[in-house]
Ligand binder design. Structure first.
Ligand code: DGT
Ligand code: CA
Ligand code: CA
Ligand code: ZN
Length: 589
């Protein structure tokens, strides 16, 4: 039932998730303020409810209308009442009171790496720090180091983290921007039958990990009503510009959206221009000039100013003597030369993906049972899902011990019997922690029995480069560790990668046949594009994984694939083309 609902609602995902996300945000804020106030237990309850709502696929407003909020795991009478108040009035008195009691800009402070609710409590209690401005001031005047548990190093790290978050805070994650852009496109198409083409362009189309703004391109013979509507959409907060060909707005969520509305004849040329990157466009224009032609957003023109291409992108590339270049490659990093020589890679695509190598269930910190996750993977067309719950030391993530895995395997065996009619298989795995000495936190005798083992660094991020390199290399040398998960450890806009010698580790990966993960989580996308390209050059194999902790996360595969494409990956470079049987064979020690 849950699954059917999920499928029928999938199309509307980007519209309805708006409210779900608002509720999640509010519950987290309550939890954070309560924790800062030193209240026990309650914060945990609010967080659990927030996590479950964040990962469910039903529309929370619909549940509320049906009076069934309390069907959500972790939502009892008290929390349901608050959600209902918020959904029906747009306000929550309880939270407003909390904010008055503890006037701290929680979200702002939490955005700084290394600062959690406990630290915020100390900072507020002892120094009355309420926001980033106060924090920076206190750090600069040496007050932070005087707080117990803090020192000069922590103070310096805070200052550095403030700078880091400043320099990035305006860019929006691809995984956040894409659903918003898609929802706008669907809405415009439904409202205006005069629209011929409609597509998002800019860095979003090139699938950069984060985008400065959303760029939308529409072709029509009747731009007026479209611009009127675009600048008055419900989600618009501010109109920056309004014209018949170009408009720009800022949405309530602070994201800027630019739109271009043009006639169909120049669609290809405008799309090419508006997709960028700027450097790619400049390089194309130079080729045109070398032929005594002119390329601009209206088309490609010959020496007599006659238009010779521009209706399609393909046409422009062809006339310039280039193979068609996929948007994800348009960064002027060698793609033009490759296109001239017929040497462009044949990029991996979503249809090449047979399986997912990293996922979690409610056995550890996931929100759904193994069976539910598997059914969702089947509905996405996957042939297998590697279940990789957390192990031992990760207690907060419900890490499993050897005996738990024995029980889990029995469940998986039973499920696999059931799913064999779907030609689908759950593979047995785990996400083992790579300890400081590079050893896994589960005995090799247990790991040996698994189909696929992902090894990840989940603590000790501040190891020196030398130590971290040794640590990860040791894990790669363990024949039972097959894949290294979220390799760099970065959280985009929040946490920098840890230090290590990438060159050396690529050598070790190649030598030990260790696969490196491309984690598809929107705030990880780890490895990043340029590192993927380097790994491929060095002959290291990759896998694209969702690291799903909930059904909805399984669809993040699209972002992993897009990132792989930005890294010039072909089908043969990512092992997701393999069947389940082939994967088992590939990783058998
Ligand atoms: P972003 O938004 O910072 O993530 O990056 P883009 O690439 O989306 O840049 P944006 O939104 O400023 O402009 C969209 C596209 O328009 C860009 O990729 C290429 C084109 N474009 C913008 N400004 C220029 C320019 O000054 N020269 C050229 N040749 N193209 C430009
Ligand atoms: Ca843009
Ligand atoms: Ca723009
Ligand atoms: Zn994981």
């Amino acid at each position: 039932m849950r699954l059917l609902l999920q499928l029928s609602l999938q199309l509307r995902e980007s519209c309805y998730q708006m409210k779900n996300n608002d509720v999640v945000k509010i519950l987290y804020e309550i939890a954070d303020i309560l924790e800062i106030q030193g209240v026990e237990f309650k914060p945990r309850a609010y967080r659990k409810a927030a996590q479950n709502i964040g990962s469910m696929s039903q529309d929370i407003e619909q549940l509320d209308n049906g009076g069934s909020l309390q069907d959500i795991p972790g939502v009892g009478v008290a929390i349901a009442k608050k959600i209902h108040e918020y959904l029906s009035t747009g306000k929550l008195r309880y939270l407003e009171q909390l904010r008055i009691q503890t006037p701290v800009k929680v979200e702002e402070l939490l955005s700084i790496e290394g600062i959690g609710p406990k630290t915020i409590k100390k900072l507020y209690d002892q120094l009355k720090i309420k926001n980033l401005f106060d924090l920076k001031k206190a750090a600069c005047s040496g007050k932070i180091r005087k707080i117990s548990g803090m020192g000069e190093r922590e103070e310096f790290n805070i200052l550095r983290a403030i700078e880091f978050s400043r320099s990035y805070h305006k860019r929006v994650l691809l995984g956040v921007a894409k659903p918003i852009a898609d929802a706008i496109l669907v809405d415009l198409r439904q409202r205006f039958s005069s629209i011929e083409h409609s597509i998002s362009a800019g860095s979003l189309r090139r699938a950069k990990e984060s985008v400065g703004d959303i760029d939308i391109l529409v072709t029509t013979s009747d731009p007026g009503p479209i611009m009127d509507y675009f600048t008055r959409m419900k989600s618009v907060n501010q109109v920056l510009a309004k014209g018949l060909t170009k408009s720009a707005v800022i949405l309530d969520n602070k994201i800027q959206v630019d739109i271009r509305v043009v006639s169909d004849a120049s669609f290809g040329a405008v799309l090419l221009y508006f997709t960028g990157s700027k450097n790619h466009n400049i390089a194309l224009r130079k080729i045109a000039i070398s032929k005594k032609w002119k390329l601009n957003e209206y088309g490609l023109f010959d020496e007599r100013n006659k238009q010779i291409a521009g209706h399609t992108e393909e046409g422009v590339y062809q006339k310039l003597g280039l193979d068609y270049i996929e948007p994800q490659l348009r960064e002027d990093t060698g793609e033009i030369q490759a296109a001239l020589c017929g040497e462009l890679p044949k990029l991996v695509s979503l249809k090449d993906i047979k399986g997912d190598f990293h996922s979690h269930s409610s056995w550890s910190d996931g929100s759904y049972s193994i069976g539910d996750m598997a059914k969702a993977a089947i509905s996405l067309g996957r042939e297998y899902l590697v279940m990789t719950d957390h192990t031992g030391v990760l207690k907060i993530a419900g890490g499993l011990e050897p005996n738990d895995f024995k029980k889990q395997w029995r469940e998986i065996d039973a499920l696999n019997k059931q799913f064999s009619k779907n030609d689908f298989m759950i593979l047995k795995g785990c996400e083992v922690n790579i300890m400081d000495d590079g050893k896994p936190d589960l005995p090799d005798s247990v790991l040996k029995k698994m189909d696929v083992v992902v090894g990840s660094v989940h603590h000790g991020f501040k190891n020196s480069s030398q130590k971290m390199t040794k640590r990860i290399a040791a894990a790669m040398h363990n024949p039972n560790i097959d894949i290294i998960g979220h390799f760099s450890g970065r959280i985009i806009n929040k946490r920098e990668p840890y230090q290590y010698d990438f060159d050396e580790l690529l050598d070790v990966a190649k030598q030990t046949r260790t696969v490196i993960e491309i984690n598809s989580f929107p705030d990880r996308l780890d490895l990043k594009d340029s590192d993927i390209r380097e790994a491929i050059k060095r002959g290291v194999k990759l896998c694209i994984s969702t690291d799903a902790h909930a059904i909805a996360h399984l669809s993040n595969m699209q972002y992993g694939v897009a990132t792989a494409r930005r890294g010039w990956a072909e089908k043969k470079d990512v092992i997701n083309w393999m069947t389940a049987e082939r994967v088992k064979e590939y990783f058998s020690p």
